[in-house]
Design a protein around this ligand. Structure first.
Ligand SMILES: Nc1ncnc2c1ncn2[C@@H]1O[C@H](COP(=O)(O)OP(=O)(O)OP(=O)(O)O)[C@@H](O)[C@H]1O
Ligand SMILES: [Mg+2]
Length: 321
């Protein structure tokens, strides 16, 4: 795994890189979903007290405190406080427009790219507030990788898609793989490509056509390629925004198995609209509801079998949302 050094004090790089090939840049971040009708009332304070004290085994990878996000005058997230444990899978669920993607993008400052977005509150990553001045955003996004709903491979070869990030960061020259494997006789690029494709459960399908254009892959393969691309820079966290929503059941189950495997070594935060999927793959579930409120958070089993909040129960059982 990665060095977990500080995010760098120097005022560096940027959220406004003009490199259109940057995997982060190529993602579409804007949307204007419509709101579903408001449910009445704020979260019951007792319920809030119960889940904000939610205790888990292990360490918090993220500690989000009183996070509010506005787009212009519209508030998309309201007073979100949550701790996300490391090396586990946290699912974010809730109706369309409730702020799940907005929240996910706060975890690696991808919202910085949206001109109208304004953020209050703090997000600590390994104890360090990523919204303080001087944070190196390139380093942050390398450590906190992201996979989007629609696969967005570059119009390059499969090999180049995977090695793009490590090349850009100079990791191949610096011997990233040699460091990861403890060997110094590695053929950095080839082995890194193979390792990442294997991790993303795609190697067997593509090993004999690494020099073909990635756009010739199926949607499910393209999505796994994007996961391989995100893994190639050796992140600690993988943020996934509905990564399987455009895929058939077989491709979906491959992504689910993959998420399960990844959670041994990585912190995974995944948005899904599919309740069964959230129940199957996650350790914790956070339920956002309309208005940008985090209504309940806890062990996935508890959330699905015994939600504390009536609104969450109604949402989970399909009464609204
Ligand atoms: N770039 C943007 N500019 C303006 N408003 C935005 C932008 N992105 C999101 N919003 C607004 O913020 C709110 C939350 O949107 P967000 O995309 O985070 O919801 P979501 O829960 O991910 O929805 P979905 O399930 O449909 O993906 C919505 O009201 C949306 O219209
Ligand atoms: Mg979304």
């Amino acid at each position: 795994m990665n060095d977990t050094g500080p995010l760098g004090e120097e005022q560096t790089m940027d959220s406004t890189s003009s490199d259109s090939q940057d995997d982060y840049d190529s993602a579409s971040t804007g949307r204007t979903g419509s709101d579903s009708p408001l449910t009445d009332g704020e979260t019951d304070e007792e319920i809030r007290a119960e889940w904000t004290d939610y205790e888990f085994d292990g360490r918090a990878k993220f500690d989000v405190d009183e996070l509010n996000v506005y787009y212009g005058d519209d508030r998309a997230l309201r007073d979100i406080s949550i701790e996300i444990p490391e090396d586990s899978v946290t699912a974010l669920i809730g109706p369309s427009g409730c702020g799940k993607s907005t929240f996910l993008r706060c975890l690696n400052r991808m919202n910085d790219r949206i001109k109208t977005a304004r953020i209050d509150g703090s997000v600590a990553f390994d104890g360090e507030n990523i919204y303080r001045d001087g944070v190196n955003l390139v380093e942050l996004r390398k450590r906190v990788g992201m996979v989007f709903q629609s696969p967005n491979p570059f119009p390059k070869t499969i090999r180049d898609n995977v090695s793009y990030g490590p090349r850009k960061h100079g990791d191949i020259e610096k011997g990233l793989l040699a460091r990861l494997t403890g060997r110094d006789d590695t053929d950095e690029e080839d082995e890194l490509v193979e390792r990442s494709l294997r991790q993303a459960a795609l190697w067997d399908e593509v090993h004999d056509r690494l020099d073909d254009n990635a756009l010739g892959l199926s949607g499910g393969q393209q999505q796994r390629l994007c996961i391989a691309r995100a893994l190639a820079t050796d992140p600690e966290v993988l943020l996934m925004d509905e990564p399987a929503s455009a895929l058939d059941p077989i491709a979906t189950s491959k992504i689910e198995d993959l998420i399960d495997d990844l959670s041994e070594e990585y912190t995974v935060v995944v948005v899904t609209h599919n309740m069964q999927q959230a129940a199957r793959i996650s350790d914790q579930t956070a339920v956002f509801l309309t208005g940008g409120e985090l209504v309940e958070y806890g062990d996935t089993e508890q959330i699905f079998e015994n939600p504390q909040s009536q609104r969450v129960e109604d949402y989970i059982t399909g009464k609204f949302g």
